[in-house]
Design a protein around this ligand. Structure first.
Ligand SMILES: Cc1ncc(COP(=O)(O)O)c(C=O)c1O
Length: 387
């Protein structure tokens, strides 16, 4: 049996194909199904990449990242994230997606259990399964504002549990785990001697008072924690593919180094020089993007106001609107009809199997503000007429 045969290619892909077919048939489409920031990269990132090319910085590089970038990342993790991390603890990866692939291969094996939120962005879960682990979902409930709670996690711990995975701000709900709850999760992991994998890909996508805390800052001397980051969302560098993870554990880093060497053997050198420039951009850069995300969120909320089918959770981070679908309405059917009408979406069963997950739908507001402005009226009409 090949583990890959147990992994699905993703229902969002099916939705995307349906949307593109609707477009070919002449329907105007609105790309609310995927989480790719609409913004261009910062001009300084382009300049740094051009300059790296001109200087022929195109040769083999260390497999865990160029030293200049790892030093800059260490500084960022120490000052912004308050982590007890040095450059030697950091590996640069081909996006956070690749980081998740590598780190799970380093910490789990056949029969281990990984506790994950349900709903959760699929690939975070699939990468654990790809490494042989079984994922155990903890239902995030609307009545708890979709917060991943230590007491619910504890109820799922067995003798086989190896990892607690968390993601805050979260995809798909947009929920942020409050600092007090993060502390409880951290204490639980320490008490039970479990690994923590903290996916912080949306650490900078915050608005309307949203705040981010890195769980690693709450247990600075605990080594069994891997913190994962991405340049895709913070700096809109999704196509340049740059992520990284940080962990203090020596055996972990030894294994990660081997896997990086035997697979990618270093990420595109030019992108890494661009990443150094991105880290040096003033915070205003992502704060401007966040202002626009807030505008988009509110446009969506306005479009949904008064409708009787979707009840959105109001997020303060990430760029998704997680909507509870009225009981009795078949979500896959609703999702398909929306896609046929040109309205992109991701049905709840893309993200897990808990009852409230499958009775929900995700709308993304990472596309342009113009697209949301244009799509608001068709969305409102669709919901008004849906039977
Ligand atoms: C929670 C989460 N982690 C990681 C990623 C992957 O990011 P990257 O583009 O760096 O692979 C995504 C992408 O949507 C995500 O939602």
């Amino acid at each position: 049996m090949n583990r890959l045969d147990q992994i699905s290619l993703g229902k969002i892909v099916v939705i995307r194909e349906r949307l593109l077919k609707a477009q070919r048939d002449g329907t105007k489409i609105y790309r609310f199904e995927s989480g790719d920031p609409s913004f261009d990269i910062h001009p300084n990132v382009k300049l740094a990449m051009e300059s790296a090319l001109k200087q022929n910085k195109t040769h083999y590089i260390p497999n865990n990242g160029i030293p200049e970038l790892r030093e800059a990342l260490a500084k960022k993790l120490q000052t912004t994230n308050k982590l007890n991390i040095e450059a030697k603890h950091i590996s640069v990866t081909n996006g956070a997606m690749h980081a998740l692939y590598v780190l799970y291969q380093c910490i789990v094996g056949e029969g281990d259990e990984v506790i994950v939120p349900d709903p959760m962005w699929t690939e975070a879960v699939e990468n654990a399964r790809l490494a042989g682990a079984k994922t155990i979902g903890v239902e995030l409930k609307p009545e708890h504002n979709y917060v991943y709670r230590a007491e619910d996690i504890e109820a799922k711990i067995t003798s086989k549990t190896k990892v607690i995975f968390l993601n805050s701000p979260q995809n798909p709900t947009g929920a942020i785990i409050p600092k007090k709850e993060l502390q409880k999760i951290a204490d639980l992991a320490v008490k039970k001697n479990l690994w923590i994998v903290s996916d912080e890909a949306y650490e900078h996508v915050l608005f309307d008072g949203g705040e981010h805390t890195s769980i690693g800052s709450l247990i600075p001397n605990y080594d069994k924690i891997v913190s994962v980051y991405s340049f895709s969302k913070s700096y809109a560098m999704s196509g340049l593919r740059l992520g990284y993870f940080a962990c203090r554990d020596e055996l972990f880093n030894d294994r990660a180094g081997k896997l990086l060497r035997c697979t990618v053997n270093g990420i595109n050198s030019v992108t890494q020089w661009g990443a150094i420039a991105a880290l040096a951009t003033p915070d205003e850069w992502y704060k401007e993007m966040n202002k626009e995300y807030l505008k988009r969120r509110d446009l969506f909320l306005e479009a949904l106001s008064g409708n009787e089918i979707l009840t959105p959770y109001i997020p303060h981070g990430a760029f998704y609107l997680w909507c509870k679908v009225k009981d009795g309405i078949d979500v896959p059917k609703l999702s398909e009809a929306m896609a046929q009408a040109g309205i992109g979406n991701a049905p709840g069963d893309c993200f897990g199997e808990a009852p409230s997950t499958v009775q929900s739908i995700r709308l993304a507001f990472s596309c342009s503000t113009e697209m949301i402005l244009e799509g608001a009226a068709p969305l409102r009409e669709f919901l008004k007429n849906y039977k």
